[in-house]
Design a protein around this ligand. Structure first.
Ligand SMILES: *Cc1c(COP(=O)(O)O)cnc(C)c1O
Length: 361
């Protein structure tokens, strides 16, 4: 057996670890912010019909430009977007990787405000882009002044603002986006993976006109209940899409992915019908945990970052032993919990309450 250390690995990957959120088949899985409600049967049937039709054509390569899907996504996003302004890939992780392949790379940098999505530094590593983490202020909310100062100082090639931010849930003000855009000359990505859960903040897509360096990234993996299919997408200037075409693999979106996603978007209202309930479960969870003595960070997403655990590792393990999986991100005293169905949320609240004040020791 050869070990990784024996292989001529790229220097910049030596000692790095892969993305590794635990993937256990537990009864209550609240650790990766999926929509835990299953897709309604009527939509399942329509997707299966579309897949059956697509399978008949899989002797041929799929549409490399996936124009039908891009038109469907443009229609879903609204704001007068045309298919030329929309791009997609196998999850928004792949979209972000393509952005770094096109605009990052050796000698270039990616800046984001931490704690934030754990994939950003991994995507930087994978593309030999220098990772510049800048700490968020206390309470995690970004300010226009703070963000502009960091971007002016570091002048990164690419900056990502995540709103609502994973793992803190913090919403992103449009003033912060505008200040960021004007503070540097690089590519500004707003990662809106959780946008559909945020009832208050308008999408950054409204800010695209006249801002060719602004890219808005979205995913079907969260509110849209489509994590298993792997579809993420982007709205931006058509020139940005031209740049991403330089680095995408030919035919990167399979015919089956295109068919399934296009069919699902036809049912967008039904696919998103659980969002209000998930928000209600999030708020119920917040109230219950606050009553139990925990401090819950304000969240515009489908998860909560919760402070006040005496020993996060011990509470994580105690819950996992009961078939409940949440997320331990290594932030002092904190754990992150996805809002699930009413029954899942009840199971979780009861289990945390049973551990006593501050959780397991
Ligand atoms: C979950 C998540 C994504 C995307 O995931 P895909 O499944 O690859 O679309 C992107 N950004 C953030 C902040 C996320 O939490």
């Amino acid at each position: 057996m050869t070990s990784l250390n024996d292989l001529p690995l790229r220097d910049t990957l030596v000692g790095k670890l892969p993305y590794g959120a635990p993937q256990d088949p537990v009864p209550v899985s609240l650790n990766v912010n999926e929509n835990t409600h299953p897709i309604p049967d009527e939509v399942v049937d329509d997707i299966v019909r579309a897949l059956a039709e697509a399978v008949r054509g899989v002797n041929r390569y799929p549409d490399r430009e996936f124009l039908e899907l891009r038109a469907a996504l443009a229609g879903y996003l609204g704001h007068g977007l045309t298919p030329e302004q929309v791009w997609a890939a196998n999850g928004s992780n792949e979209v972000l990787q393509q952005i770094l392949q096109a605009f990052g790379g050796p000698g270039r940098s990616l800046l984001s405000f931490t704690p934030t999505y754990s994939m950003y530094p991994l995507l930087a590593d994978g593309t030999d882009t220098t990772w510049i983490p800048v700490a968020r202020p206390d309470g995690y909310a970004l300010t226009p002044e703070g963000v502009a100062a960091a971007l002016r100082e570091h002048q990164p090639s690419v900056a990502i603002l995540c709103g609502p931010n994973n793992p803190t849930g913090t919403v992103l003000d449009r003033e912060v986006i505008l200040a960021a855009y004007d503070a540097f000359d690089g590519i500004l990505v707003v990662d809106e993976a959780y946008q559909e859960f945020d009832a208050e903040t308008e999408t950054a897509i409204a800010l695209l006109p006249g801002r060719p360096r602004l890219l808005v990234s979205r995913t079907m993996s969260k509110a849209f209940a489509f994590a298993g299919v792997r579809v993420g997408y982007l709205a931006a200037d058509p020139a940005v899409v031209d740049a991403l075409r330089l680095v995408r693999l030919p035919y990167h979106l399979s015919a089956l992915t295109q068919a399934a996603a296009t069919a699902a978007i036809r049912h967008a209202d039904t696919m998103l019908s659980t969002v209000a309930d998930i928000r209600a479960q999030r708020d119920r969870l917040e109230t219950a945990l606050t009553e139990l003595g925990y401090a819950v960070h304000p969240s515009g997403a489908n998860f909560l970052l919760v402070d006040g655990f005496a020993n996060p590792d011990a509470t994580f393990s105690a819950l996992r032993a009961q078939g409940i999986l949440i997320r331990n991100l290594g932030i002092d005293g904190h754990l992150r919990i996805t809002a699930g169905t009413e029954a899942e949320t009840t199971t979780l609240i009861d289990a945390v309450a049973a551990l006593g004040p501050g959780g397991a020791r």
